[in-house]
Write a protein that binds this ligand. Structure first.
Ligand SMILES: Nc1ncnc2c1ncn2[C@@H]1O[C@H](COP(=O)(O)OP(=O)(O)OP(=O)(O)O)[C@@H](O)[C@H]1O
Ligand SMILES: [Mg+2]
Length: 165
């Protein structure tokens, strides 16, 4: 299995809770590994997870994609709901928790198809954004409500967190 990172030369700085975002990335990578399990190996298929980070307008965009079995054909969006699982032993809070964490940071999550790999296999991609400007900054101008949304954010280089996990 290959884990491949595609990151810009200049680090992207964003404010986020490093524990929660690390946990989210770990969840997504675990799901990608599980998506390889049901595929019978063939000589030309190299199970590959790609983590990409890029600057896009006023946010960072992170993609975690794989060339595994791909999203189920129906109800893809419902996989972001708690306890939705298609695995026999899955409990299914994974993607729902990731979505909640990202949304609490002011970002959005989408489940999209991955780019086809060299063999034409289309796996899954979870793409999400994190704002470069912290919601805490906005809330300092606008009131205390949003400030409590993400209580323990620290300023950290986004990419170093993504690389190390
Ligand atoms: N990378 C992926 N490729 C294909 N399907 C995926 C991928 N990630 C998630 N899914 C689908 O989304 C469902 C929900 O994922 P989620 O992480 O929420 O729960 P789970 O992996 O089934 O259980 P748990 O995370 O508790 O082990 C999975 O059962 C699977 O059908
Ligand atoms: Mg999971």
């Amino acid at each position: 299995m290959v884990i491949h990172t595609e990151l810009p030369e200049t680090p992207i700085h964003a404010r986020f809770d490093s524990r929660l975002i690390s946990q989210s990335l770990t969840n997504l990578i675990k799901n990608a590994v599980e998506a390889f399990e049901s595929i019978s190996p063939s000589p030309d298929w190299v199970p590959t997870i790609t983590v990409q980070g890029q600057l896009e307008g006023n946010h960072a965009r992170i993609n975690v994609s794989d060339n595994g079995k791909g999203w189920p054909s129906e109800n893809r969006q419902r996989l972001l709901e708690p306890y939705m699982t298609t695995r026999e032993k899955g409990t299914g809070p994974g993607l729902a928790i990731v979505a909640k964490i990202i949304e609490q940071h002011g970002g959005i999550v989408e489940l999209v198809d991955a780019e086809p790999d060299a063999t034409g296999r289309v796996g899954a991609c979870v793409t999400f954004t994190l704002p470069l400007q912290s919601p805490i900054k906005t809330s300092e101008e606008g009131g205390a409500d949003a400030a409590s949304a993400v209580p323990s954010q620290q300023e950290e280089p986004l990419i170093s967190a993504a690389v190390h996990k």
